[in-house]
Design a binder for this molecule. Structure first.
Ligand code: AMP
Ligand code: ZN
Length: 118
């Protein structure tokens, strides 16, 4: 379930401080420490899944839950309404995919442009 050496497992368990956005029994969300946009937080499953490359069929409901929650949290965190506003969801996967922390996470970015990246 948890990897004691994993940064995001330690964050979801409260062992490392974070600026929490949301928490339930399966999901944790917190502000990115180096925001690339006016709104930038990360949504993670509490279950340790290293990346999208390790996702299995049994994880589909959990991933669906994360995705379905994203619009609500994005709005709560200040993303402007669709279609003039909106948000970007990014899941970096593996070294060539730009992944640095090996616990599956969805970047939720939004707010007025310009952003630091893209
Ligand atoms: P990725 O490159 O997709 O693995 O993204 C990892 C993200 O985690 C980066 O945007 C980092 O800024 C962010 N990050 C790293 N350490 C922390 C931390 N302790 N608290 C919040 N965000 C973090
Ligand atoms: Zn983990």
């Amino acid at each position: 379930m948890h990897d004691p050496n994993c940064l995001f497992c330690r964050i979801t368990q409260g062992q490392i401080p974070s600026r929490k956005v949301y928490e339930d029994d399966e999901v944790f969300a917190f502000h990115d420490i180096h925001p690339a946009a006016p709104v930038h937080f990360l949504m993670v499953p509490k279950k340790h899944i290293a990346s999208m490359a390790q996702v299995e069929a049994e994880d589909a409901p959990l991933l669906g839950r994360l995705l379905a929650l994203a619009p609500r949290l994005a709005a709560e965190q200040g993303c402007n309404p669709y279609p003039a506003g909106g948000f970007r969801l990014v899941v970096n996967t593996g070294a060539e995919g730009g992944q640095e922390v090996h616990h599956l996470h969805i970047h939720v970015m939004g707010g007025p442009r310009p952003w630091l990246k893209g």
